[in-house]
Design a protein around this ligand. Structure first.
Ligand code: FES
Ligand code: FES
Length: 183
């Protein structure tokens, strides 16, 4: 998937949204989110974050900054972490988008979510969806990451509450659980 500079994405989004009399058009868009196809009308300048939260009511994905700075909006696109706040929804048409809502199944937390709970990797929880999604991508690609690899994978995700020790311990606990066959 082509990576467009996130600041360019936000610039385009802001120009279009601030000038609706010039850029009026919406069109039917189809997105697969958490395995389910959604069809809705949206502008080509609509941000993935806004579509998830406002159109699809998937408010688990958070906005923690003005764009591209905090990682709270991290989702997976074709299994790879991506900032929903600086991605246009149109960029991910035909791709598989995963959000935090798609992780737990039938009310059961994933081992990674359970590890965040057990190891106190979350306090206010605002950063947690992004942390979980970035960590999920890491563990799929690297089931036994070192602490440095976890730090590198979460380098773009900021937490204002816990510090990062508990978060890293949570990811390590999930990896250990997977090694024991629980994942
Ligand atoms: S809301 Fe996306 S990086 Fe902060
Ligand atoms: S737990 Fe509050 S911002 Fe991370």
């Amino acid at each position: 998937m082509p990576q467009i500079n996130p600041y360019l994405v936000l610039w385009y989004h802001n120009i279009v949204m601030e000038n609706p009399e010039v850029f009026v058009s919406k069109r039917v868009m189809r997105l697969t989110v958490n395995g389910r196809m959604h069809e809705f009308a949206a502008s080509d300048a609509a941000l993935l974050l806004d579509v998830l939260r406002e159109t699809l009511a998937l408010t688990g994905t958070k906005q923690g900054c003005d764009g591209g700075e905090c990682g709270a909006c991290t989702v997976l696109v074709d299994g790879r972490p991506r900032l929903a706040c600086s991605t246009l929804a149109v960029q991910v048409e035909g791709r598989s988008v995963e959000t935090i809502e798609g992780q737990a199944r039938q009310g059961r937390l994933t081992p990674l979510q359970q590890a965040f709970h057990d190891k106190l990797g979350a306090q206010c929880g605002y950063c947690t969806p992004g942390m979980v999604m970035a960590s999920e991508a890491l563990l799929r690609a690297n089931p036994d990451p070192s602490a440095d690899e976890i730090k590198a994978a979460l380098a773009g995700n900021l937490c204002r509450c816990t510090g990062y020790v508990k978060i890293i311990e949570s990811v390590q606990a999930a990896a250990a659980a997977a090694a024991r066959g629980a994942r």
